[in-house]
Ligand binder design. Sequence first.
Ligand code: BDR
Ligand code: CA
Length: 314
Amino acid sequence: MSKILFDCDTGIDDALTLLYLASLVRSGDAELLAVGTVHGNIDPRTGALNTLRVLEMTGLGSVPVAIGAGRPMAQDVHFALEWHGRDGLGDTFLPEPQGAPTGESAPAQIVRLAREHPGELTILATGPLTNLGAALLLDAELPSLVREVVIMGGAFDHPGNITTHAEANIWHDPEAADLVFAADWPVVLVPLDATHPTAVGDPWLTKLAAHDSDAARFATRILEFYVTAYTPTLKRRGAVIHDALAAMLVVEPKLCEYTERPVHVELRGALTRGATVWDARSLPADDDRRPVRVATGVDVAGFQDRLLAAVLSL
Ligand code: BDR
Ligand code: CA
C-alpha cells in the first residue's frame, strides 16, 4: 500500500485530488501520512485551511497539515486567483475548518517522514516545488530515503499555460524544480502533454452534479468557477483537473505511457524561463542526471471514469 505525503497549493484541482486521495484511503489502497502546502495557486496558509476543510469533509481530519514555503527561491511570488478564486476554492468562502495546521514546516515534515519510513514514502507534489527543493537542501540523504516522487508539472510538446513554454508549477519556482530534477531519486513527471487531453466536459460534469452527497456538491460548486475560467482556453465547457492524474498514477501507473529522459529547467531564458527541457533526439550519454519518467500518452476514459467514481464513492 502506498504511503503518500501530499505537497500541494490547494487550489481547485488540488482539492479534487484530495477527494480522490480520500477515496483511496477509504478503499485501503493508500495511506495519506500528511499534507504540506506551498505558495502557488494561493498563499500556503490559505492552502492549508482549504486542505483541512476537504480532509474534514471526508473524515480525514486527523491527517496532519503543515504550512510550507510562502515564496519561491529566487523570484517574486505570484498567485493564480483568476483560475482558483480569491479563496483558492472558487470564491466559495467556506466556513473555517475545525482543525489547524501543525507547527512543523512542510520541508521539515518531508525530511522527518522520509526518515521515519525509509524506502516507503511516495511524495506526490502538485504545486510549485519549493518545499521539495528546501527539503533536499535540509537533508542531503533525502533522495536515498524516498520511494518515488510523482509531480504534476512541466510542458514538452504541449504549450505552457503561463508563458508559451512554461507550465505554472515549474514557472512559480524554476530553481526549486531544477534541484528536484537534478536529485538522484525516482521521479515521475506528469506534464500538460498528459493532463490536457483528460479535460472533463459536460457529460462528466452533469453526472457529478446529479449526485447527492457533500463531496459531490462541494466538487460541483468549486468546479463552477474553474470551468468558467477554462472554457475560453478549451473552447467548450470543461476543465482540466491536472493534479488528480498525478495522484492516480501513484496507484495506477499503467494509465499513462512514459518517455524516460533527464529533465532540466530553463533558468535564464528571457522568453523561456521555467520551461522544462529534455533532449528529444535520444538519451544524451553525457547527461549525468537520472532520467525522469515523463507521462506522455494517457487513457482519457480510464482517468475520467476513475475520478468520477472516486468522488461519488465518498
Ligand atoms: C497546475 O497549476 C495549478 O494551477 C494547478 O493546480 C496545477 O497544479 C497546472 O499547471
Ligand atoms: Ca496544484
